[in-house]
Ligand binder design. Structure first.
Ligand SMILES: O=P(O)(O)OC[C@H]1O[C@H](OP(=O)(O)OP(=O)(O)O)[C@H](O)[C@@H]1O
Length: 190
């Protein structure tokens, strides 16, 4: 299962972004090109591990959550809502701070209201900085989070989501070092 994803991950180049060992992969970077059959493999797998029936909208974060989240939206007919990196100044817009292992910035939520039921789909969880900030903001908004799914996971950032009462489903967990990427676990193989 997830063979295309696993095989491509172990061949990912790793560069330094400051002190951070950053792996480069089509799903997390769109580099090199994204194989639609790999996206299909991932979307199919997600549909097997999450209950999509009650979901009002699939929520993702600009930019690299979009390819997988959009594939899910197309397959299910459920609308896609994208948390953006620029403001739109619309009524009710919610701003939050995003920090990763190599960047800091702002994110902006539009199009969600209290009571909306969402699944969050992203490409990578590492420090957890992005998803922790998003989950906290959604809870304040009264948005119901039915599931949190990340295609790739590294490090222990996901543990802080547990403290927020969220158990993210991470499809493939990896170790990243200067030597490269190693597969640690596949969701459902525990
Ligand atoms: O767990 P964290 O440490 O927060 O890292 C995970 C985040 O890092 C990337 O976002 P980023 O905005 O860097 O890149 P992108 O625009 O390529 O998605 C990725 O898309 C995740 O959202």
């Amino acid at each position: 299962m997830l063979e295309k994803l696993k095989t491509s991950l172990i061949n990912s180049p790793v560069i330094k972004r400051g002190e951070y060992n950053y792996f480069i992969h089509p799903i997390s970077d769109g580099v090199p090109s994204i194989d639609p059959h790999m996206v299909e493999e991932i979307a199919e797998y997600i549909l097997q591990i999450t209950d999509i029936k009650k979901v009002d909208t699939i929520l993702t974060i600009e930019a690299m959550g979009i390819p997988v989240a959009n594939a899910l939206s197309l397959k299910t007919g459920i609308p896609l809502t994208i948390v953006r990196k620029r403001p739109y100044f619309l009524e009710g817009e919610v701003e939050l701070s995003q920090s990763t292992g190599y960047s800091k910035g702002a994110l902006y939520i539009n199009g969600l209201k209290k009571g909306d039921r969402v699944i969050i789909v992203d490409d990578v969880i590492s420090t957890g900085g992005t998803l922790i900030a998003l989950v906290k903001a959604l809870k304040i908004m009264g948005v119901e989070i039915l599931d949190v799914i990340s295609v790739i996971g590294r490090g222990t950032g996901y543990l802080q989501l547990n403290e927020l009462g969220v158990e993210p489903k991470i499809l493939v967990t990896i170790d990243v070092s200067e030597k490269g990427v190693e597969i640690k676990n596949v969701f459902g193989n525990e």
